[in-house]
Design a binder for this molecule. Structure first.
Ligand SMILES: *Cc1c(COP(=O)(O)O)cnc(C)c1O
Length: 369
């Protein structure tokens, strides 16, 4: 049997007619940039996130960068974040001119550990970027309490967590702003690159709208340095079709996660650690990630059995060569470094067949026995 990490073709089969129709209407209208499809997506996603503004941009990395810049983050500022994330989180901070300050993670959720944030705050700290890794929100109430105490802002990197909730609050409701990625493999995926900033802060939203069009306002007059970072109409048209399915897809992901957890814990509960959903969290399982011993051997074995797995992420940001100047060394963030050696993500997507899940679990059990 061949088991892929994800398979987008099943979904396309179901949506094909609607998507082709929506693309045809964009091409017939000849409105390709910042038209009605982008507006509709912005308002749908903002409303879904209990926020008043959605600003479509070219990708999720630009969304973080533009949100930081729109919030006034600049050269010399420090931004606290997690090292256990995709490169873009740290990259966006540096691109905004600021310095990333990496804080260790909570081993239970893999998200930034709020109890370690205060020690990292200096008089240069201007923002915290929690990343809601794998689809589970970081502890936003604790992070908000710290942000309020020190008068710093929160930009939530919600690239993996659209639809995620915590104690009744959605992504972006507590933070100053949140950012989404619509990269094809994300829970709401375009057929190319796309991203969005959502926020209740009208001033930040207005700045972000200006920055995504070269800082132009009124047209051809530039008071801030922006660049070209727009979500285009074709991607928005596709995303509008997909958006109405998102809640169901998240439910399907949660159902698959429950199946994996049940089957794995029947046989291996004292060998591996299945994902832990903290009380009050509504996890959308962008990834289903285990902690395991002999991780690399397990991955090799599964590959030989036709099963794809992924390591998110094998090298934490504080140890990346490009950030060498920041001065971190191995041993600085122990929980992060441990997670980078133990984490492995199993195939996960809404259409994942039950037989694939059973086969994956059977092979993992075989490996450890
Ligand atoms: C995917 C991702 C991004 C970047 O999004 P792109 O759309 O690929 O630029 C940023 N942060 C995290 C945590 C991500 O998973």
């Amino acid at each position: 049997m061949k088991v892929n990490m994800l398979d987008l073709s099943e979904q396309y089969k179901v949506l094909k007619d609607e998507i082709i129709e929506s693309l045809d209407s964009v091409m017939s209208s000849s409105q390709f940039i910042l038209g009605d499809n982008v507006k509709k997506l912005e308002s749908n996603v903002a409303e879904y996130s209990n926020t008043t503004n959605g600003i479509g941009v070219a990708n999720g990395s630009d969304a973080i960068h533009i949100a930081l810049q729109a919030a006034g983050i600049k050269t010399g500022d420090e931004v606290i974040t997690t090292s256990f994330t995709f490169f873009a989180t740290g990259g966006a901070i540096v691109r905004a001119g600021a310095t990333p300050v990496y804080v260790d993670i909570d081993p239970i959720t893999f998200n930034i550990d709020p109890t370690k944030i205060e020690a990292a705050i200096t008089d240069k700290t201007k923002a915290i970027i929690p990343v809601h890794l794998y689809g589970q929100m970081a502890d936003m109430e604790a992070i908000k309490a710290i942000a309020d105490k020190y008068k710093i802002i929160i930009i939530e990197d919600a690239a993996q967590a659209i639809g995620s909730r915590q104690n009744g609050k959605t992504v972006g409701e507590i933070g100053t702003a949140a950012t989404y990625s619509f990269f094809p493999t994300k829970n709401l995926g375009a057929y190319g690159d796309a991203g969005m900033i959502i926020t209740n802060n009208d001033e930040l939203a207005e700045q972000a709208r200006v920055i995504r069009v070269h800082g132009s306002k009124p047209k051809y007059y530039h008071h801030v340095l922006g660049y070209n970072s727009r979500l285009d109409e074709m991607q928005a048209a596709i995303l509008n079709v997909k958006f109405s399915h998102l809640e169901k897809w998240s439910d399907d992901r949660r159902r698959h996660a429950a199946v994996y957890t049940k089957l794995l814990n029947e046989k291996l509960s004292d060998v591996i650690q299945t994902p832990i959903v903290k009380e009050g969290n509504h996890h959308v399982f962008h990834q289903y990630t285990l902690r395991v011993p002999n991780r690399d051997d397990l991955q090799r074995f599964l590959k030989e059995q036709g099963i794809a797995t992924m390591i998110y992420y094998p090298m934490p940001l504080h140890l990346q060569p490009v950030f060498e100047d920041l001065g971190y060394v191995e041993g600085d963030l122990l929980e992060t470094e441990k997670a980078a050696k133990e984490a492995i993500s199993l195939p996960m997507y809404p259409e994942l067949p039950r037989e694939h899940q059973e086969y994956v679990v059977k092979k993992i059990v075989e490996f450890y026995s």
